[in-house]
Ligand binder design. Structure first.
Ligand code: PLP
Length: 288
């Protein structure tokens, strides 16, 4: 991804690559900041209000003051106008600011979309399962673990992706104890058996993906039943197809799990149908 434009509250547009945070911003010192990644279609961020809801909720969970949505809306517009790229990713950051100063920073970053996504969508990705060692109900009961919070403490998630690549795969899926399927480092996970789609429930402390929400809304219209809950890895391994969802990668078929093919090892019909439905929705969904 190439950074195309940056807008900073109180400063406006800043050349990409210029410093925008103090050395003692807690986002850097402790990884304590909230962020969002939204997909931009036709120059407009998809479901920006939902991303702002989640940014506000993440900020509250890590002790940031309430955010001003209008600030982020105008930063997003400024950065998107400057980037001039209709198909892009928009990242929003809400940081505590300098240690002890209580003056948060708001940033908007616009970047290109990774160039290999369509090639990966066509072939499907290989996935490995990585245990987190937590009880399935712990993340919800232990708010300090920040389950479901999109904070900049993503080093564990990035290490999991690196581990997957080291094992010759493309992506990872986290497991709670007992092999209960949670989510990927930057995606939600789904699988299908006949006409039923399965996806882990939010009570497991996973991130409430905006794409997940869109797919839940679209699935019924495509004739799929939905089951959300706590499911063991064997259910995913034995599915007729699997896929992940995220704002940037959208619906990404998963064709292999821990070295074994899922079903016939080819991208499945639900992934294809839902990707089309997501794109259709995006083409008509322009927030005011
Ligand atoms: C841990 C995690 N789960 C799921 C998702 C997917 O969320 P969304 O569809 O809102 O992009 C993300 C997105 O980055 C994530 O970081």
């Amino acid at each position: 991804m190439t950074l195309l434009a940056v807008a900073v509250h109180g400063r406006g547009l800043v050349p990409p690559g210029d410093p925008v945070l103090a050395a003692d911003d807690e986002a850097l010192l402790r990884g304590r900041a909230a962020f969002e990644t939204a997909r931009v279609y036709g120059g407009k961020p998809f479901r920006l209000p939902d991303h702002l809801d989640r940014l506000a909720a993440s900020g509250a969970r890590i002790g940031l003051p309430p955010l001003d949505r209008a600030v982020f809306e105008s930063l997003a517009r400024e950065a998107l106008d400057a980037a001039g790229e209709p198909d892009a990713s928009l990242r929003l950051y809400w940081t505590p600011g300098r240690e002890g100063a209580d003056r948060p920073s708001a940033l908007a970053l616009v970047s290109t979309i990774p160039p290999d996504l369509e090639e990966r969508r066509a072939r499907g990705v290989q996935m490995v399962a990585l245990p987190l060692g937590v009880e399935p109900d712990l993340r919800e009961a232990a708010p300090w673990l920040l389950g479901g919070v999109k904070s900049t403490s993503y080093a564990v998630n990035m290490a999991a992706e690196a581990e997957a690549r080291g094992r010759g795969a493309d992506d990872a899926v986290f497991l709670a104890r007992g092999g209960i399927v949670l989510e990927g480092p930057v995606t939600n996970i789904w699988w299908r058996r006949r006409r039923t789609l399965f996806t882990p429930g939010l009570e497991l402390g996973i991130l409430a993906g905006v794409t997940r929400m869109t797919l839940l809304e679209e699935a019924a219209g495509l004739g799929y039943e939905i089951r959300e809950g706590a499911f063991p890895l064997a259910e995913l391994a034995g599915a007729e197809e699997a896929f992940t969802s995220s704002s940037v990668r959208e619906v990404m078929p998963v064709v292999e799990l821990d070295g074994a093919p899922i079903w016939d090892g080819a991208p499945g019909e639900a992934a294809k149908n839902l990707q089309l439905a997501l794109r259709k929705r995006a083409s008509t969904f322009y927030p005011a």
